[in-house]
Design a protein around this ligand. Structure first.
Ligand code: AMP
Length: 397
């Protein structure tokens, strides 16, 4: 991966700095922010800029509004951020237009303006060039710090850094990329990847890439059943992607050829339906009866994971081991989260469900790093280039 410049590489004193942050936070019906992790994660970059007396212009999207819609206003974010920064954060009436331009031109050193939701304009997701140029005119320096949106080829993420120079990484993005590189580009070996979740199809690129980079790969979650079926075993009514059976067979062969150890769960908690009221049983993987489906990995599989990671130097985790949203099927995922949290290896995790499960297990602070981006984290694991990095300035070596 080409090294990109960071905030430390450019002068920002007194400058108008346009920062793409990810303030796409969950907000309830009464307008209260339910989880402000993303706001907190942006503070190191903002505090650095304010220490340098920069004029800070923040831009973000929130939700998926169809045009202007007050329910998707960033007003609650401006309020919360004012509290964290201990100074007024002005909410602009829009993100482009004459009024916004005037507001930004009138900013004093050390002031913060939050532009209104970028997605009130369909040009943002359409990656419109004129819209991007208008945003670019607001600043003198561009800072990319919205890791959660980094995989989107949207105007503020992809095009603005092409038109506004210098364009550099903020500290959150830098941290995400650094941890990813530590785990995947130049890792301490053995490297173990643990994958879970519902569908092989949504993680195919990730599996294909990881199989070439890691030493051991454990596949749990519903994905395991496509692999078990591909090997010719009966999986009852567990979730299987029939059209991917040949691909699963190929992946098993590739792992064999490359000498990568591929593991599947050896027992399952099974139920008759995806519900907390269904009867359950724990069975070895060869014994899933017709009419039953695997909804979590069993206790022996958890011990297997413990064994697999016992010599690991680096562990990467994405995706739950079962239907962890339901009490009856959460244990595999929670136990795996606890095992990884206890491991002395460099442990990084990412993905919305994974993050949720780590919180549920109460071990968030024991992980070396939990990525703030779901889709962006998966794109990195799949070996893809992130659109948010493409137009940032390269580090001169
Ligand atoms: P993904 O978005 O692909 O990471 O999938 C996450 C979803 O996979 C979660 O909502 C889990 O409930 C679901 N999941 C995990 N294991 C299973 C399983 N054995 N059967 C059905 N769904 C599962």
């Amino acid at each position: 991966m080409l090294k990109k410049k960071t905030l430390r590489d450019v002068p920002v004193n007194g400058k108008r700095v346009l920062v793409r942050v990810d303030y796409n936070v969950p907000i309830d019906e009464r307008g209260n922010i339910v989880d402000d992790t993303r706001i907190k994660e942006s503070l190191p970059t903002l505090e650095y800029l304010l220490d340098a007396r920069a004029r800070v212009i923040l831009m973000s999207h929130l939700g998926r509004p169809k045009g202007r819609d007050p329910r998707y206003s960033l007003a609650p974010v401006a309020k919360r951020l004012s509290r964290y920064l201990n100074r007024e954060v002005k909410l602009a009436p829009d993100c482009v237009g004459e009024e916004v331009k005037k507001l930004v031109e009138g900013m004093k050193e050390g002031e913060v303006v939050l532009l209104e939701n970028l997605r009130f304009h369909p040009e943002e997701t359409a990656c419109d060039e004129n819209f991007a140029r208008e945003l670019a005119q607001l600043g003198e320096v561009y800072v990319a710090d919205a890791f959660g949106t980094c995989h989107r080829k949207h105007a503020s993420v992809y095009l603005v850094p092409k038109f506004l120079k210098p364009a550099v990484m903020g500290f959150l993005l830098e941290k995400e990329i650094n941890y990813f590189e530590k785990a995947m580009v130049a890792p301490q070996r053995p490297v173990v990847a643990i994958l879970g979740g519902a569908k092989v199809s949504s993680k195919l690129e990730v599996i294909k890439n990881l199989i070439r980079r890691v030493d051991k790969l454990f596949i749990g979650g519903a994905m395991a059943f496509t692999f078990l079926k591909a090997m010719g075993y009966n999986v009852g009514s567990s979730l299987v992607e029939e059209e991917l059976l040949p691909t699963a067979r190929d992946l098993i062969d590739v792992a064999k050829k490359l000498g990568i150890k591929l593991y599947l769960p050896v027992d399952f908690v099974i139920g008759k339906e995806v519900s907390d009221s269904t009867p359950t049983r724990v069975v070895p993987w060869q014994e899933i009866p017709e009419g039953w489906m695997g909804l979590d990995i069993g206790p022996v599989s958890v011990r297997l994971v413990e064994e697999i990671i016992s010599d690991a130097q680096t562990i990467v985790w994405n995706g739950p081991m079962g239907v962890f949203e339901l009490d009856k099927f959460k244990h595999g995922t929670i136990e795996v989260a606890r095992l990884l949290a206890r491991s002395p290896a460099l442990t990084i995790a990412g993905g919305g469900d994974t993050d949720h499960a780590i919180h549920k297990a109460g071990v968030y602070h024991s992980f070396d790093f939990v990525s703030t981006g779901g889709g962006a984290f998966l794109e990195l694991l799949a070996g893809k280039e992130l659109p948010c990095l493409v137009n940032l300035d390269d580090e001169v070596v």
